[in-house]
Write a protein that binds this ligand. Structure first.
Ligand SMILES: [Zn+2]
Length: 78
């Protein structure tokens, strides 16, 4: 029916994987994106500061699973 629901389900599935293995991920301090542990720069905002604590990763993954939009876009700022 709604593609939004499918999108959200897909997001929830991704979040579950992240919550299951938070050590493999970290949270960008610049835009709150969850990125894989091995990236040096955030692919979204090119930031280089990350919070690698599993608690933060899990918390952020839960947020992303319920929020329709992952990060602030240029459109949101105008
Ligand atoms: Zn970022």
């Amino acid at each position: 029916m709604s593609t939004d629901n499918a999108h959200l389900a897909d997001r929830a599935a991704r979040a579950e994987k992240i919550i299951a293995a938070p050590d493999n991920f970290k949270v960008c301090e610049g835009c709150d994106s969850i990125v894989t542990e091995r990236v040096v720069n955030c692919p979204n905002c090119h930031g280089y500061r990350f919070d690698e604590s599993p608690e933060r990763v899990v918390e952020q993954a839960r947020l992303l699973a319920t929020r329709p939009q992952q990060s602030v876009t240029a459109q949101d700022l105008s």
